[in-house]
Design a protein around this ligand. Structure first.
Ligand SMILES: N[C@@H](CCC(=O)N[C@@H](CS)C(=O)NCC(=O)O)C(=O)O
Length: 207
């Protein structure tokens, strides 16, 4: 069985838990939460497994490792219906996944993290939070434009791109103070994603 090191409260980690649950892939879970377990990622032993010292991290039974949430999603989803076989549609999935890491996560997730994790309290200044609100709104507007045109980010079907972007968007209003209710395309899409077979919430853990 694979082992997943993940942070229960983190969207990057949630992406992987959600996909594994939907694909019915069993895994052993090792939690590295801020309030308990995070010390593990600072150890030499962990950093030998992932030199960035970050989670999610997958440890395979044969001793190999895979990090970066979206690489993990693609690895496990490769032969499933969540990755299109058509070259263009697959490239569009990659486009949204790169957008997620390059444009969305650094603003939407960072603002939410600054506002929720106690050890980030010193980052709750207008100089830091306001630009994150601005750039996060731009990222959400990009999603909104697409989701007013198609039910999922890449056309008519749920893909790993939807999983990648659901992770931090679903809690963006509650944790990050972004206006999601006022974006009807994103709101309807969040409900569609939630209704997918095997969907689990952020707090779900195996066993
Ligand atoms: N680009 C990476 C980001 C990983 C990342 O930043 N993980 C955070 C949680 S969201 C982490 O491990 N934080 C704990 C720490 O820095 O000790 C991915 O998508 O996997």
């Amino acid at each position: 069985m694979i082992t997943l090191y993940s942070m229960p409260s983190s969207g990057n980690s949630y992406k992987v838990r959600l996909l594994l649950a939907q694909l019915d892939i069993p895994f052993e879970h090792i939690a590295t939460e801020y309030a308990g377990g995070r010390e593990l990622t600072k150890t030499d032993a962990f950093q030998k497994k992932n030199p960035t010292g970050k989670v999610p991290l997958v440890e395979f039974e044969d001793g190999r490792f895979l990090s970066e949430s979206n690489a993990i999603l693609l690895y496990f989803a490769e032969a499933s219906a969540f990755v299109p076989t058509d070259n263009y549609a697959r490239a569009k999935v990659y486009q949204w996944m790169f957008f997620e890491q390059n444009f969305h996560e650094g603003s939407v997730a960072t603002r939410a993290a600054n506002l929720t994790y106690p050890d980030r309290a010193h980052l709750r200044t207008p100089e830091i939070l306001d630009p994150l609100l601005q750039s996060g709104n731009r990222a959400l507007d990009v999603m909104e434009t697409q989701l007013l045109q198609s039910p999922y980010l890449v056309g008519d079907h749920y893909t790993v791109a939807d999983i990648a972007l659901y992770a931090y968007t679903h809690s963006a209003e509650e944790k990050g103070g972004f206006d999601i209710a006022g974006r009807s395309g994103i709101s309807a899409w969040l409900n569609r994603v939630k209704q997918q077979p095997g969907h689990v919430s952020l707090d779900w853990l195996p066993g």
